[in-house]
Design a protein around this ligand. Structure first.
Ligand SMILES: [Zn+2]
Length: 208
């Protein structure tokens, strides 16, 4: 493509953004790649999702585009494939969703069930955040800017989740660093919270 053409077309280019929707009973979001994780169980009786926790993950740390996070969340990671994996050998974790660098959305656990993402955690005095939260992993790491596609898809995904669980307000979105301070730092200083809030405010469904 010539420089002239690129300059003319790039400002007009809009990323394709699917219209996400959550099925109320099953807690599945569509469209998404379904990649069920065995690392899940029942939420406590009567407990619904009330909080969204944003994480960052990449395996090995800082390397993007591979399948290792999927393998970790499905207990199929080869612990001997990289020196770092020895440090996490045997870890059994998951998240409800992951948003890849290109915006691809992967669901590992239905929202109605408990994913194992927050560990020891506390939000406004209430512990055991896994019981009542939805965990969203961004493929990334603390110091590397997240992609435009990730912000767009994250915003749209949160809007769809809030359509299904309207009691989750913008005040009920936290980073892993917020619920596990001192122990966890993700999504890190690279995550632009104002950009997320701006996106939610200007979304077609508006802020609540
Ligand atoms: Zn995390």
């Amino acid at each position: 493509m010539s420089e002239t053409l690129r300059n003319r077309t790039s400002p007009l280019r809009k990323p394709e953004l699917p219209s996400y929707a959550v099925s109320p009973g099953a807690g599945l979001i569509r469209p998404a790649t379904q990649c069920p994780s065995p690392n899940q169980d029942e939420r406590p009786s009567g407990v619904q999702p009330e909080l969204i926790i944003i994480h960052a993950i990449s395996l090995p740390p800082g390397e993007f585009g591979g399948s290792q996070v999927r393998e970790l969340f499905t207990n199929s990671l080869d612990w001997d494939a990289h020196p770092y994996f020895k440090e996490i050998r045997g870890l059994r974790v998951s998240a409800h969703l992951m948003i890849c660098r290109d915006g691809e959305l992967i669901q590992f656990v239905p929202f109605e069930r408990r994913a194992w993402h927050a560990g020891e955690s506390r939000f406004r005095g209430r512990s055991e955040c896994n019981d009542y939260s939805i965990g969203i992993e961004l493929e990334g790491e603390d110091e590397t800017p997240y992609t435009d596609e990730q912000y767009l898809h994250l915003t749209a995904v949160i809007e769809a989740i809030r359509e299904c669980y309207p009691h989750i307000s913008a005040r009920h979105i936290a980073g892993h660093c917020d619920v596990s301070p001192g122990r966890k730092s993700d999504p890190g200083p690279a995550f632009d919270w104002l950009r997320l809030y701006d996106g939610l405010c200007s979304g077609r469904r508006g802020e609540r």
